[in-house]
Design a protein around this ligand. Structure first.
Ligand SMILES: C[S@@+](CC[C@H](N)C(=O)[O-])C[C@H]1O[C@@H](n2cnc3c(N)ncnc32)[C@H](O)[C@@H]1O
Length: 234
């Protein structure tokens, strides 16, 4: 038996990490956006458009600068905020971003015309269900931020187009903590998402050719690295 640590040692390891005050701290203390990104972020918050939260912004800045991806795919453009953020911090990347919502597409077009000054971003209009199969390129970074129940449906097509060593990030995978509960405790309207996310975890978390990490930022990120050319899914 280990003597160095009492039963009550490392108390914080048994407490949820992301308490409200910690979230507030992360959102206010990490460098704020400036210029067009600040403007778009404020607009989205005001209009309740679900763009990535500020702690994810801070993480993406670091990730883009560190990975320096050359070819990025995003599913879920909304007003183009996260695509423009990635463009700013990975200035050599080409970014393809897909959305199906006409109103969001109109905002994204306007914002890309104004702010995508290096012309890095291509907007693909349509449902990712249909559009993914039409993409002919391969990617080294994929950001999945669309309908959560569909992540697992998109996974095979996305993995086919991901380079070995490439990374996928899925946003909002904890569903406010519901994911850790038995399904009977989840509201009926949320159960399709719950099942889809569980299926995604079953397919990926212990896969021999993927490295996976669940990250408690915002409503949770799942980050995957592809380690082999062909990924066989169940
Ligand atoms: C959370 S928002 C994206 C936010 C954006 N990534 C950001 O952080 O700035 C989700 C977007 O995904 C789009 N979407 C959802 N399901 C989709 C699908 N199956 N195909 C294409 N777009 C989809 C919605 O229209 C919506 O604009």
């Amino acid at each position: 038996m280990v003597k160095s640590y009492s039963k009550n040692a490392n108390h914080n390891m048994r407490r949820p990490v992301v308490k409200e005050d910690v979230v507030h701290y992360m959102r206010t203390k990490q460098k704020q956006n400036e210029g067009h990104l600040a403007e778009l972020e404020a607009f989205a918050r005001q209009e309740n458009i679900p763009i990535i939260q500020h702690e994810v912004v801070a993480y993406f800045r670091l990730l883009m600068q560190t990975l320096q991806p050359k070819n990025i795919l995003e599913i879920g453009t909304a007003i183009g905020f996260s695509a423009l953020l990635m463009a700013e911090y990975a200035p050599n990347a080409k970014i393809t971003t897909i959305d199906r919502n006409e109103e969001m597409i109109a905002f994204a077009k306007e914002n890309f015309a104004k702010y995508d000054t290096r012309q890095q971003i291509t907007l693909v209009e349509g449902d990712a269900v249909d559009m993914l199969g039409t993409l002919e390129e391969t990617y080294d970074f994929v950001f999945m931020d669309s309908a959560k129940s569909k992540y697992v449906v998109f996974l095979p097509e996305v993995l086919k187009r991901l380079k070995v060593g490439g990374v996928i990030i899925f946003d909002d995978i904890f569903q406010g903590g519901d994911i850790a509960k038995p399904i009977q405790e989840v509201r009926r309207g949320q159960r399709t998402i719950y099942r889809g996310l569980h299926r995604l975890f079953e397919q990926t978390l212990n896969h021999p050719d993927l490295t996976a990490s669940l990250i408690p930022l915002s409503d949770g990120l799942l980050m995957l690295r592809k380690n082999a050319e062909h990924i066989k899914l169940d």
